[in-house]
Design a protein around this ligand. Structure first.
Ligand code: AMP
Ligand code: ZN
Length: 457
């Protein structure tokens, strides 16, 4: 049995061991609002969740992963109206765009990807329970959660009442200024976008969808709930209050929050207009998998400043890893399957199990590559080594990058340089040969010498 994963819990503010519960190991991550391109800041969060999902799979937790699609909200409704199409047509288009980016970034599909619009009944039922238990009240066709009825409100973000009021949602007709909407009465500007409810036509508020869908697919007190750090308050705080007040149970056992991706020190966001999409990255000539590597190279709990130069470093790092694996493959001369467990690379795996410490794990990967002893490496050893690397690449989601890495064709000027170097070696001009080796390396090519020949890779 694999060792346990240790993960930081934002609720208790400490790192905790995760036990394999024997029942369904539920993991819920708040998904995208499908009204435009997701930016790479959003993807930082989804990539960290994907890393966690992969580590849970490898760690034998048998996770059941749910990531929702927020398709009912002000932005999706306004977008569909602007484009003159139905809400469903509009959100399906942006779902497809999101999924295309997910495929390019090699994100594993969640087990379920529920849409808010497909779960109106579940949301209405939950709201009814909240009303019947005295935690929600109706005002002019809208329903609000009564924060005063839930004394432990603010447990996750440890927010005080004054801050609450300052950050509160400013909707009229509420008992207390900080109460939030569970159901919003239909307004003329919503057009056709409303559903029937016991309180009249309207639509659910944003927070209730996650409570209702998490409950449906993962049940009570599931293992991990996650999202970007900005969701801590009010979204996750509200989810906790709704589920706990309605069901009398804990929502989740552990809260996983991902720090922001920044640009020039500011959060990357649509409102600040400082965002890059996956498409923007592609246009710079870098690959989505190079972006994946760059975004995972920082620890998920540390803010990460994004620069295009970081993609250049990713490219170099991936080429280095790719060359190492190609060389291992040359010795292995076999189709190598992913190892069932770690032995040679277990120290790197153990680092990942410590709160997904990717920067340190990557540091150790390069230590191993740089200090690798090729002398006398047998075929079996190469097979074992490579199969464990495959397992590690699965954790990082880089398996397809390396598996499909094309054998590079050698440009004529590189070939010429290598030929000149061979001639220098033949005439024992080793100074010239070393100089040419350096020039080749600067161009991204390694040269391996044989008695009277060489191999470029
Ligand atoms: P949204 O589509 O706005 O609902 O956001 C989807 C996810 O992206 C949420 O979990 C957000 O917390 C997260 N997110 C938004 N901006 C950033 C950012 N700059 N860095 C990391 N995560 C972000
Ligand atoms: Zn959510």
């Amino acid at each position: 049995m694999e060792e346990l994963l240790y993960l930081y819990d934002s609720m208790d503010r400490r790192i905790k061991p995760l036990s394999r519960c024997g029942e369904k190991f539920g993991f819920y991550c708040c998904g995208p609002t499908v009204y435009s391109y997701a930016h790479i800041g959003n993807f930082r969060t989804f990539l960290a969740a994907d890393l966690l999902y992969r580590v849970l799979i490898l760690g034998g937790y048998e996770p059941f992963y749910v990531r929702n699609l927020t398709d009912v909200d002000d932005k999706t409704i306004a977008g569909s109206q602007k484009d003159g199409i139905t809400l469903t047509q509009f959100t399906r288009h942006w779902e497809d765009v999101f999924h295309r980016d997910c495929v390019e970034l090699n994100l594993l599909s969640p087990n379920v990807e529920p849409r808010a619009a497909d779960h109106i009944v579940e949301q209405i039922n939950l709201i009814q329970q909240l009303i019947s238990k005295g935690h929600a009240y109706v005002r002019d066709g809208s329903v609000y959660f009564a924060i005063a009825s839930w004394p432990s409100y603010g447990r996750l973000s440890r927010i005080e009442n004054q801050e609450l009021l300052a950050a509160g949602v400013t909707v009229d007709d509420k008992e207390a200024q900080e109460d939030f909407a569970l159901w919003k009465a239909s307004k003329p500007s919503d057009g056709e976008n409303f559903w029937k409810s016991p309180w009249g036509n309207g639509r659910p508020g944003w927070h209730i969808e996650c409570s209702a869908m998490a409950l449906k697919y993962l049940g009570k007190n599931f293992a991990i709930h996650g999202g970007g750090i900005d969701l801590c308050f009010p979204h996750h705080e509200n989810e906790i209050a709704q589920t706990e007040a309605a069901m009398g149970c804990n929502l989740a056992q552990l809260w996983f929050h991902v720090a922001h991706l920044r640009v020039s020190g500011e959060k990357m966001s649509k409102s600040l207009g400082n965002l890059y999409t996956v498409e923007d990255i592609r246009k710079t000539g870098y690959l989505p998998l190079e972006l994946r590597y760059a975004l995972l190279a920082g620890h998920y709990r540390q803010p990460l400043n994004f620069t295009i130069e970081s993609l250049h470093s990713s490219r170099k790092a991936l080429e280095r890893i790719g060359r190492f694996c190609q060389k291992l493959g040359d010795v292995a001369v076999a189709n190598v399957e992913m190892a069932k467990e770690f032995s040679r690379l277990s120290s790197i795996w153990k680092i990942l199990l410590q709160d997904l410490n990717t920067p340190e794990a990557i540091g150790k990967m390069f230590e191993r590559i740089n200090g690798f002893s090729w002398d006398g490496l047998s075929r079996d050893e190469a097979v074992q080594e490579l199969s464990e690397w495959q397992r590690l690449f699965f954790a990082f989601g880089l398996e397809s990058c390396l598996a499909s890495r094309p054998i590079r064709s050698i440009p004529s000027e590189i070939k010429e340089m290598a030929e000149e170097r061979l001639r220098a070696r033949r005439r024992r001009d080793f100074q010239r040969a070393d100089h040419l080796r350096e020039k080749l390396e600067i161009q991204g090519w390694q040269v391996e010498d044989f008695a009277d020949g060489y191999r470029l890779y």
